[in-house]
Design a binder for this molecule. Structure first.
Ligand SMILES: *Cc1c(COP(=O)(O)O)cnc(C)c1O
Length: 438
């Protein structure tokens, strides 16, 4: 592709013009499900209720003059003129509109993975020599990116802090800090970030707030609470099918435009492009995201309450004994619940492994697998799997004990059927380990 002659105008702003205008008029925050319904409904080429998939890398024109106008920026995606799919593709662009509507941001761009969304945003916002302040409870891949890869490859350093100590966050910010990075609900310990206070601290010092909302789509709306950029690993709840890897960056039209810049844009130049077939699939699942989240949350809350009553050590942010219960309650969009993830601390890796093995192989409660947001329950021992990039000290600081089982509670089967499978697994485990209190 002759990248150097692509239009340097800002087609994204134009493509989003309609949404931006509408957003300014609406000003007042809308619920994510309501926001999604307000987004433009794209019909198929022949009047189909579903949009057509534009499975084309390149686009043709009727008149040679049109090509010239496209390259000069006179004609762009807002008037249905496309050049090349790493730049803009109508199907991917439409999913971007839906993601922006979901998170209440001006624009969004969908990427090939959650990690590519994260690395693109960080490399766009930080130059060589810049600094990031990040939570020390992060997804393992993000932690490794910040701790190891970015310092080596880009000269960007990170200070990890306990984001619940607001003074520590404030003190960690230096004149070269460009980004404050954290997860709305952290992986795997389910600590909840005080998004409004953290955003206020960052904005005082002109620092951009980037929030990974993978664990809490629909439930939390970080942009409404002060964040500048919202990241998603679409591979999890938004997909819901555990079948694709995808990500999204939701933020201002300005940011997205800068990331599409021909000479300096991380999305344009690193090229973490989403396949339009994947964009179509995800687009079909967004309308029931709200319903799915409600059921994930309802079952997680029910199981967490019952597990606690049984005397198990359980972490669930919707239980009153969770340290950020009140904070979460003050931030959630009402009516969806408090998240679909819970953790059970079995105190040792051996006991954690035994419980998971019983739950999968004897009672069929769920599957031993990493990831989350699937309709089946997924279970993993975080310390030896998704957080294994961290060393022992980092894990201890992040509150990841060796026996911690993270569960993404699914909604297949009935609630009571699944609960009896859980109880049966626990009972058979007590028989194997009679001396231990369950
Ligand atoms: C899975 C995950 C990621 C990475 O996303 P991929 O789609 O796997 O690249 C980032 N953040 C969180 C919180 C995740 O759970």
């Amino acid at each position: 592709m002759e990248g150097s002659v692509l239009p340097c105008k800002r087609p994204y702003e134009e493509a989003y013009g309609e949404f931006c205008k509408k957003n300014k008029v609406m000003k007042k925050w809308v619920d994510p499900v309501q926001g999604l319904a307000n987004a433009r409904h794209e019909f198929g080429e022949h009047g189909g209720v579903n949009m057509s998939i534009e499975a084309s890398a390149t686009f043709t024109v009727m008149e040679p003059e049109t090509m010239k106008k496209m390259f000069s920026g006179e004609l762009g995606p807002e008037r249905d003129f496309y050049i090349y799919s790493r730049h803009f593709n109508p199907t991917v662009l439409n999913l971007g509109r839906q993601m922006a509507a979901l998170e209440g941001t001006e624009a969004a761009y969908c990427t090939s993975s959650g990690m590519s969304a994260i690395s693109s945003v960080l490399s766009q916002l930080c130059n060589h020599g810049d600094h990031v302040v990040a939570s020390r409870c992060l997804y393992g891949g993000t932690h490794a990116l910040l701790a190891h890869f970015l310092p080596r490859a880009c000269g960007v350093s990170t200070t990890f802090v306990d984001i619940h100590r607001l003074e520590d966050v404030r003190n960690a910010i230096t004149p070269s800090t460009k980004v404050l990075y954290f997860e709305s609900m952290s992986n795997p310990t389910l600590a909840v970030a005080d998004i409004p206070s953290l955003s206020a601290i960052a904005h005082e010092k002109n620092v951009k707030v980037v929030v990974d909302n993978t664990f809490a789509p629909v439930i939390l709306s970080p942009a409404k609470l002060g964040a500048d950029v919202v990241i998603h690993s679409i591979s999890k709840y938004i997909s819901g099918g555990a079948d694709v890897i995808a990500g999204a960056i939701c933020g201002s039209a300005n940011l997205i435009n800068s990331m599409m810049d021909l000479h300096q844009g991380a999305l344009m130049l690193l090229g973490p492009t989403m396949n339009p077939k994947v964009a179509f699939e995800i687009s079909e699942r967004l309308p029931h995201l709200g319903l799915r989240m409600k059921e994930h949350c309802h079952r997680s809350y029910t199981y967490a309450s019952r597990m606690k009553k049984m005397g198990l050590k359980v972490i669930y942010p919707g239980l009153e004994d969770h340290p950020q219960y009140a904070l979460l309650k003050s931030m959630v969009n009402s009516g969806y619940g408090y998240g679909g993830m819970l953790c059970v601390d079995m105190e040792s890796e051996e006991r954690a492994n035994m419980l998971m093995s019983h739950l999968q192989n004897y009672t069929q409660f769920g599957l031993m697998a990493v990831s989350l947001g699937y309709y089946e329950t997924l279970m993993s021992c975080s310390g030896s799997s998704t957080s294994s990039e961290m060393n022992e000290e980092e894990k201890e600081l992040a509150g990841i004990s060796p026996g911690l089982i993270r569960m993404s509670i699914g909604y297949s089967g009935t609630l009571e059927q699944r609960w009896s499978q859980f109880e049966n697994a626990l009972t058979s485990m007590t028989e194997v380990l009679p001396s231990k209190r369950m």
